[in-house]
Design a protein around this ligand. Structure first.
Ligand SMILES: C[S@@+](CC[C@H](N)C(=O)[O-])C[C@H]1O[C@@H](n2cnc3c(N)ncnc32)[C@H](O)[C@@H]1O
Length: 446
């Protein structure tokens, strides 16, 4: 085990963090992760983190939190603490945190605009929200701690300090520059745990503010459909094995039921196998829905709360319920009041999507059109990424990640279209079946 990890384990022990049967290790392509040091039984507690080892709003020095007004999120305050901390107490943890280069490779927030423009629709929307929240936090933090004119000087100083740090291996305060703040903010974004206590519940109305950083426990990587169960009490957090792990196995947790677009923007990676993954049809369907006279389809769908977020996944190749509602609105046309009222009734009654055969077929045809369009979009986007690569835009890691995501989309869209078309063929065969049966029985009776 290298010195960095030895230091981290000593630091963990000092904080009262107890590892039992797992240890952090470098893993190819995913930074650090937790690995079983022996066979671990299902139900065993593999890690406990006492409350005193958590980093929450309550542990941010008052000198920092008092200067920040109520507009700054707890996320933003924890990030400010990371950059301003000059105690050196967490040097061992600091040493294993992802570097600026690591973050730049995965986090779309740090990608060049030309690559960000090519993100799939849900990823773009998530990125937009992230940018808005970060900007609001940064504006307040900067106003509280830094005079604008000093920024350039501080940036230069921080670079010099980073070099010195590399030289003597000790943690220095990062310094309050915009790039350091963004790094800290993204680290908080990707390594906090929800932590609701009676106190935080009373003091922090927003669920998003009830968060804690957990040095060491934040080295668990994510798995979509399994992973240790995290639980917390007044004593702190514990992580319990969800199944048997053999010595050397990676031991993950689950960050939640996230599709790959969300994982990409919030955590900077995507999974090859992700049972929560889905593809947005918005890029194909929203323009269709925007083509009615006076924008009546949009108006109706917005009023009913069904505008956008039209998804398909492996289990629903014909589109989610929202897609069905939107397409029913489109098929109800623009002039027929009766059809429009029937659609409204369908929405109000929470219709189950079963319509008459003609309508179901028409909906499916529309979905197939959208799927074909999405396949075309994926194809064109992949070509654009390749061209950007030739023009030297972005790094290989950034472009590879984006390429991989669009290839996943291409495959999911093709799979959905195949399933729908095969479904049609099966139905046709079933319809033909009675005829064949009839012919057969005629022969037999002869
Ligand atoms: C909470 S940290 C986990 C520890 C992290 N690997 C590290 O070295 O600090 C979350 C980050 O780990 C990485 N990560 C987590 N799960 C992953 C996975 N299944 N595949 C690839 N990277 C993963 C991503 O970079 C993510 O932002």
């Amino acid at each position: 085990m290298d010195d960095t990890l030895q230091d981290l384990l000593r630091y963990a022990a000092k904080q009262g963090v107890q590892l039992d049967g797992i240890t952090p290790r470098r893993l190819p392509g995913r930074g650090y992760g937790m690995v079983a040091t022996r066979d671990v039984k299902e139900g065993e507690t593999v890690l406990t983190v006492p409350t005193r080892a958590l980093r929450t709003l309550a542990t941010v020095p008052k000198a920092i939190s008092r200067k920040l007004d109520r507009d700054v999120t707890v996320h933003g305050i924890l990030a400010a603490h990371l950059v301003l901390d000059d105690t050196g107490d967490d040097a061992a943890w600091d040493a294993v945190l992802p570097t600026p280069d690591d973050l730049e490779a995965g986090m779309p927030l740090l990608w060049p605009a030309k690559l960000r423009d090519l993100l799939p629709t849900p990823a773009k929307a998530a990125l937009q929200k992230q940018q808005t929240k970060l900007t609001a936090d940064w504006v307040c933090v900067k106003a509280a701690f830094e005079k604008e004119e000093e920024e350039a000087t501080k940036e230069a100083k921080a670079k010099k300090e980073a070099k010195e740090e590399a030289a003597d291996g000790k943690r220095k305060p990062w310094g309050l520059t915009k790039s350091n703040y963004i790094r800290a903010w993204l680290l908080v974004n990707s390594r906090t745990f929800y932590y609701t206590t009676p106190r935080s519940e009373a003091a922090l109305p927003s669920h998003d503010d009830r968060i804690a950083m957990q040095p060491v426990a934040d080295l668990f990587n994510h798995a979509a459909d399994r992973g240790c169960k995290a639980a917390y009490s007044a004593q702190g957090f514990s992580f319990v094995a969800d199944r048997v792990y053999r010595e050397g196995d990676e031991v993950p947790i689950s960050y939640g039921a996230h599709a790959n677009d969300a994982l990409l923007v919030e955590y900077g990676f995507i999974l090859d196998e992700n049972r929560w993954d889905e593809v947005s049809l918005d890029a194909a369907l929203l323009p269709k829905l925007s083509s009615s006279p006076n924008d009546i389809w949009r108006e109706d769908l917005e009023a009913a709360g069904f505008w956008g977020n039209y998804m398909i996944d492996a289990a629903t190749p014909g589109g989610c319920y929202r897609t069905q509602v939107a397409l029913r609105r489109l098929l109800a046309g623009t002039t027929g009041a009766v059809k429009r009222a029937a659609w409204q009734q369908f929405v109000d009654g929470g219709g189950d999507g079963d319509g008459d055969d003609d309508e179901s077929e028409a909906i499916q045809d529309q979905v197939l059109e959208c799927l074909d369009e999405m396949a075309e979009t994926a194809h064109k986007t992949l070509a654009k990424i390749e061209r950007l690569g030739k023009a030297g835009v972005g790094t290989d890691s950034q472009r590879n990640l984006l390429t991989l995501r669009w290839k996943q989309i291409e495959a999911m869209v093709a799979q959905a279209a195949k399933k729908l078309r095969e479904g049609d063929e099966e139905e046709e065969e079933e319809e033909d079946e009675p005829k064949r049966e009839m012919k057969k029985s005629k022969k037999e009776t002869k």
